[in-house]
Design a protein around this ligand. Structure first.
Ligand code: DAH
Length: 340
């Protein structure tokens, strides 16, 4: 064994340690030189066969090489472990400044949007929003509203009858009677709710739809008050100037009764195919509350007068969003709903 061999081994081992960038490989290099059968280990073992002088000299140098290599191995191992740790950290790093993924959230149905807008406008004019049951008695839906049993006007409302003289309300007008029974005038209310009709469906008819009823009662409430409020309502709802006109009509619960038209939104009153060239759109039924309705609600018609109106809310929504088929509101079709 020569001094030169040790130097060669030392340099070779050092180069290999430097070159590797892998912990497992470093381990193999360690075994190759310092393992049980490692080159350096074997040299150290073979020392005993040498004469004493040589043994001391080479033994000293071999141990120096051994210690040096150990230090180099330890340093490299530390370095590589640090590197692995850093790589893992980089992989797991979270960019807290990255824009988040937007969760899909629901939104309000177009009819709910219209309902809320209507209620807000009337509340702004001093009206209270009230509710009533969707299952009604014959009394509130018809009799109290001055539509006795055999009266032909009952046929106007195609009714779903239930057991025990109950029915699905065909309009929201019975809520007016219920409210007047419990509250003394002066009063201003609106009610928006679901109503039911036993009829065939088409683009403008559904078996259930939404109505809006309004009622204002006081000592000297007149048609002029009605006209002003309903015109104001339409202007606020459609957010543009709107004219209205009233035509005589018939409802059992009002006298006189009228129907109200407003400027056609499509042509601004000029006349188009949507309004049969008249420039007007039919919007609602109304009138001065019939004395019999006051009586049936426990109020003396000599002391009070007032007006009432009823309007289809789906129609209002259809005009607002330019929708041509009422059935879309109840279809649950996301292609339709996602547009709102
Ligand atoms: N209830 C009527 C209908 O369903 C609409 C109506 C007309 C309501 C006149 C009223 C009113 O309150 O005064 O066709």
């Amino acid at each position: 064994m020569k001094k030169i061999d040790l130097k060669i081994i030392k340099n070779r081992a050092q180069k290999e340690i430097e070159k590797t960038s892998d912990l497992k490989e470093l381990n193999d290099i360690f075994k190759k030189y310092l393992g049980k059968r490692g080159e350096l280990t074997q040299i150290l073992r073979s020392l005993e066969k040498l004469p004493k002088q040589k043994r001391i000299k080479i033994g000293k140098e071999a141990n120096q090489v051994k210690n040096l290599l150990r230090i180099k191995f330890d340093q490299k191992a530390l370095e590589l472990k640090e590197k692995v740790k850093r790589q893992a950290e980089e992989k797991e790093w979270i960019d807290i400044t990255a824009p988040g993924k937007k969760p899909i959230i629901g939104h309000l149905h177009p009819l709910t949007l219209v309902k809320r807008k209507v209620e807000e406008i009337f509340q702004g004019m001093g009206f209270t929003v009230v509710e009533g049951p969707e299952i009604e008695t014959g009394w509130y839906n018809f009799d109290a509203l001055n539509i006795p049993k055999e009266h032909p006007a009952r046929d106007i409302w195609d009714t779903f009858y239930l057991k025990n003289n109950l029915l699905l309300r065909t309009h929201t007008t019975p809520v007016d009677v219920r409210y007047m029974e419990k509250n003394n005038p002066p009063l201003r209310i609106i009610t928006v709710g679901r109503v039911f009709r036993h009829e065939a469906t088409d683009a403008s008819h559904e078996v259930n739809f939404y109505q809006l009823d309004g009622l204002m009662v006081g000592k000297d409430i007149s048609v002029a008050n009605f006209k002003a409020i309903i015109q104001e309502f339409f202007q606020r709802f459609f957010e543009k100037p709107i004219e209205i006109r009233m035509r005589p009509s018939y409802f059992p619960f009002t006298e006189p009764s009228f129907e109200v038209d407003m400027t056609c939104l499509n042509c601004n009153g000029k006349g188009c195919s949507a309004c049969q060239r008249t420039g007007w759109m039919e919007m609602l039924g109304a009138g001065m509350v019939h004395p019999n309705v006051f009586k049936n609600s426990g109020l003396n018609p000599k002391n009070w007068q007032g007006w009432a109106f009823g309007m289809g809310m789906d129609r209002l929504a259809m005009m607002n969003y330019k929708i041509n088929d009422i059935r879309l509101f109840y279809s649950g079709d996301l292609r339709f709903l996602n547009q709102f």
